[in-house]
Design a protein around this ligand. Sequence first.
Ligand SMILES: O=P(O)(O)OC[C@H]1O[C@H](O[C@H]2O[C@H](CO)[C@@H](O)[C@H](O)[C@H]2O)[C@H](O)[C@@H](O)[C@@H]1O
Length: 698
Amino acid sequence: MSSIIHTFLTSNGIQFFPIELPPSPPHSPKKSNFLLYPNLLSLPPTSTSSSYTFTPQVWSPSWHAVRHAMTTYSHYYHDIVSMDDNNDIIPSFITNVLNPWFQNNTLQQQKVTPKEWNAYVELNEKLADQIIKRYRSHQDIIWIHDYQLLLLPSLLRYKLPQATIGLSIYGSCPNLENLGVHGRTLHRSMLAADLIGVQSEFNMPTLSATTTTTFLQPTVHLKATSFAAKERSRDIRRLFMNKRIILCQDTEPTGVLKTLSAIEHYLSTLQKQQQQQIMDQVTFIHICTHASIPQSLDSIPDLVRQINQLYGTPQSVPIHFYHQDLDVDEYDALLSAADVALMMGSHPHASIAAQTFIARRRSTTTPLIVSHGSPLLSSSSNVIAADQSNPKSLASTLAYALLEENQTIAPASLKQQPSFLEKLVQKQQNHQTILLNPTQLNEAYRSAKQRLFLFDYDGTLTPIVSNPDDARPSRALLRYLQALCHDPANVVWIVSGRDQATLESWIGSSVQGIGLSAEHGSFMKLPGEGSIWVDMLATADMGWQSTALEIFESFTAQTPGTVVEQKKASITWHYRNAHDSDFALKQVEACFEQLQKISGVDILRGKMNLEVRSLLVNKGNVVQRIQQSVGADFVLCAGDDRTDEDMFRALKKEPAYCVLIGPQDKETEARYSVPTSEQFVASVGQLAAISSNTQSTL
Ligand SMILES: O=P(O)(O)OC[C@H]1O[C@H](O[C@H]2O[C@H](CO)[C@@H](O)[C@H](O)[C@H]2O)[C@H](O)[C@@H](O)[C@@H]1O
């Protein structure tokens, strides 16, 4: 049962409400929603503005979508929590740094003080805590809305390594790396999300192995075209009778110049006679609103005048140029009167304008020229891509769009793109592990005060080999473990299926201060000098052992190449070296069936082995016990086989680095993976070096 945790910051405060839908709303029987959301009442009212300033539209997708959800499903919400009573406090880092950067790609403030940054971190932490408290593993999806809470992805990822996290930026994503050290932190944090949605391609962040990006369609909520707009549209068409109207709209000053240059180029390449014909057939109406381009466009009127003088006649003016805010009806009228529209640029305003044109255009065959990368290219018919910075290519796209036959292209069936949420759900379903990033691990290690290590042995700290006796630890590994144990901030445990004697002679005898757990927790030896082995099953009934041994021995006799490894409290049957592997696999199934008849035991399918142990122990219990006694703020737990999944599961709710040694797509409870034990040991070596260096400088 999936549910969504929405996180949002209102523009006027840090108050938010987590709101939950009960498990079974009738129209969505399998889903419950869980929303973290700001004060609904503080949302700006739906735009009633009479002019197109574009600002309300830029915000409206998110406001509208959530407001719609809130009102439609409001009777299902509960658990409304207000995080902070003070509505007006918004960290200045958001207002002075993030807002100008994301909205206008400008910097208002050169330096961010530690106090400002800390306030921002604190806000993100508060929200993260609220989400973590409510998050239900394997059920919930976390959806962070917009750019204000960019530290959330990494804070959540650290504590909820397996969570599916989406981040939607309702606009473009300017390059955060230009914001110095804090920008880089935010950039890295964004990459902890599984899916990032942006409304335009502008400066997409560099992606990590696990983060993907997608375009968000701006949802423009429009009223039906008014009667006045329809009338006005007819007037415009009458005014330009027998002419094709090319409507150009720019939302960035540089775009205006580029569009005009392309028009100029288009006209200049025509022969004199053709120019005359085209001018009789076509007129350009260029609009740019004050709201989107507030500054004056000094040199542009000259360029327009120049083009009009060169190519116009007393009967026909090539370009009608308007730098002014237009009345809604006037704007709608222009959109529906146009025969071709050119709405380019990467700014979200351009996306909104293009989307509005799609909604208002005369027919689905009316061509629209947009920039490469626009999400409209794949979702709407007759949308053509062009490069605005190349006047020659833009001119030829214009010529192409003007061709009569392009006006009669049958409307392509609109491709239904999966929504952001659908993609997020897909991500949740095929969740892969994240390749462990040693640099990130090292950073977390450095900043932790108390650390706990829970290492499986075979396949994790040593590669799997065909003979169990050959899986001895390397010297380097023993050195690393010793360095970790020397650091007073560390507690190090080996949690293995191996027996006491092997662990003691291979590791315990060389590494001072290490904790050992043998046979899946049947025997434990605490870290620290002088500690002794404790038999955790001292009082347990072990009567099952003889029956299990008999079964294993009989299968060994029938299956050449297989061997039994008898340990104190568990028995392992190895079939890695079976002479006939197909036959061995069948024997494993038959053996498994017989073992199932024994009560009080767990039968484990290990790496080319079957293992029987008491039901009373497993690595999960071991980890829980250790972890409770240590209280670490950094936990690194690594393993490679199914018995290790118990450890990962036990740490599910903890801020732990659970690392699977194996392929990234292997099904596991671990959040991270490292392909081989050699690579993992190298990472452990780096942590050991950090501790050794710190110790030597103390
Ligand atoms: O919990 P672990 O430390 O991973 O121990 C699990 C079992 O590991 C050993 O068997 C496995 O490793 C052998 C050496 O690489 C390999 O030959 C065998 O095929 C694997 O199953 C060990 O022999 C068992 O006792 C452990 O339970």
